[in-house]
Design a protein around this ligand. Structure first.
Ligand code: AHR
Length: 491
């Protein structure tokens, strides 16, 4: 039995809802097929955007969507993606599968998607192969209200009023696909590009600098030192990759050793945030600059038989645990983590939704986002506990991942992941600072670690009501089966 204290009277920081952000790149079948089918498609759509996908995504209260990449962003020339669709330039998507990109989904279509999802746009600009002028004009095109060449062009293309745009990324992975730069060089380029990324009228941009790859702490050090005063957010990318980058593993057909390896690699996010935050604290002790984890999630070998450049993978109960662990870590670091964007929204990497023609399925990861959404914008609460250990095949990690929050109305939510593939977990929380009379909850689990949803059987892994929690005399007791994600509500 694990004894824990839930201090409902101690608010630590606010869990920014932007931690529940997503990412859609021009990659494989994410944008094309997954989100965009075009107005003439037999698949029901609104202005070319799939109705079924939007309807499912809206249930998640998505706060923000990052676009157009990814590596694609540093090869994207926004002017190719506006105007009459039939006349738009066709280009090769060199990063992702070498397929033709017809630019039918461009700036106007992206803002329309955000309108339909009722989320904020986050646009990533091109530093790697784009000019300062091009980036500057994109911001003018999107946000300038008044007489200007770009505003006039936007109006000619059917958008009279400027859009509201807050989040703007100045490049992506500029240490790699975004230009293979050194941090000193990028920091200088960042300073230069961001100068011309202007605030027009009332539109106030939150400028995000391209950040480190995983544990490249030197990148964070140099960018914070050289450009920290000119940025609002600094990004960090880290994927959960069982095996190695060179020798990835499949999404399906894994064993217990790969299960625990995946859990261990997910927990590594905690150390990454801690150490990058320590560097940020040196230059920004007031924590004005947000850590923006704008790419995270599992990365497996592409599903056999699919284009390897499309990064299409199935999504199992294991992905659900990865999602639950990451969200708990982001909550627990919400004093510094302001935004996170799962890679990616549909049909790519750790997707929320998979599509096949006019069919759609919701992945276990989708269900975790739906269960956890109650934490958005809440006060993070203190949970003191010592996790039992989970050992398998010579690897030892904590068995439990927990976070808790309180909403505006005083309801408290506790999310718990039992990482063990074989052991139950019993917990008892002494609750301080809350008179709760009722507990309810939801659980996502399965007896098969590799359980997943298919188009033939889309409800194999779905949440159900959780009945194994009890509240008596200020003590909350619960028991979790192996490999499970639980969210409890106390009121
Ligand atoms: O999400 C897939 C790719 O991963 C992105 O394009 C890139 O930024 C990262 O390397």
């Amino acid at each position: 039995m694990t004894e824990a204290q839930l201090n409902a009277g101690v608010s630590k920081s606010k869990i920014s809802r932007h931690i529940y952000g997503h990412f859609a790149e021009h990659l494989g079948r994410c944008i094309y097929e997954g989100l965009w089918v075009g107005e003439d498609s037999p698949i029901p759509n609104t202005d070319g955007i799939r109705n079924d996908v939007v309807e499912a995504l809206k249930k998640l209260n998505i706060p923000v969507l990052r676009w157009p990449g990814g590596c694609f962003a540093d090869e994207y020339h926004w002017k190719d993606g506006i105007g009459r669709r039939e006349s738009r330039k066709r280009m090769v998507n060199t990063h992702w599968g070498g397929v033709v990109e017809n630019n039918h989904f461009g700036t106007h279509e992206f803002f329309r998607l955000c309108e339909l999802l009722e989320c904020e746009p986050y646009i990533c600009g091109n530093v790697g192969s784009g000019t300062v002028q091009e980036m500057s004009e994109w911001v003018e095109y999107m946000t300038f209200d008044g007489e200007s060449p770009m505003a006039a062009w936007r109006q000619e293309n059917g958008q009279e009023k400027p859009w509201t745009l807050k989040y703007f990324g100045v490049g992506n992975e500029n240490w790699g696909c975004g230009g293979n730069m050194r941090p000193e060089y990028y920091a200088d380029l960042y300073r230069r590009y961001q100068t011309y990324v202007r605030n027009y009228g009332d539109n106030r941009l939150y400028k995000i600098a391209g950040g480190a790859n995983v544990d490249d702490y030197n990148w964070t050090e140099v960018v914070m030192r050289e450009a920290g005063k000119m940025l609002d957010g600094l990004s960090l990318h880290s994927y959960t990759i069982p095996g190695s980058w060179e020798e990835k593993r499949l999404a399906l057909g894994f064993d217990e050793a790969e299960w625990i390896e995946t859990m261990q690699k997910s927990l590594h996010m905690d150390e990454l945030i801690t150490r990058h935050s320590e560097i940020m604290d040196k230059y920004d002790p007031e924590k004005r600059v947000g850590l923006i984890i704008d790419e995270w999630g599992t990365w497996f070998l592409s599903e056999p038989g699919t284009n390897p450049g499309f990064l299409y993978q199935q999504n199992t109960l294991r992905d659900a645990l990865v999602a639950g662990i990451h969200l708990n870590i982001f909550h627990n670091h919400s004093d510094r983590v302001y935004m996170a964007n799962l890679a990616q929204m549909v049909n790519v990497l750790q997707a929320l939704i998979l599509t096949e023609g006019d069919k759609l399925l919701l992945t276990p990861t989708y269900h975790v986002f739906e269960m956890y959404k109650v934490h958005q914008d809440n006060e993070l609460l203190e949970v003191a506990f010592e996790s039992p250990l989970y050992t398998y095949g010579g690897v030892t990690i904590p068995q439990l991942s927990i976070s808790a929050s309180r909403d505006y109305h005083g309801k408290v939510y506790v999310s718990i992941c039992n990482l063990s593939h074989e052991a139950d977990a019993s917990l008892s929380f002494i609750i301080n600072g809350l008179q709760a009379g009722r507990v309810s909850g939801q659980i996502l689990t399965h007896t098969d670690l590799g359980a997943h949803n298919t188009f033939e059987s889309p409800e194999t892994v779905v949440p159900s009501a959780y009945e194994d929690a009890e509240l008596a005399d200020g003590v909350l007791s619960c028991a979790l089966p192996p490999a499970s994600v639980v969210v409890l509500t106390l009121e």
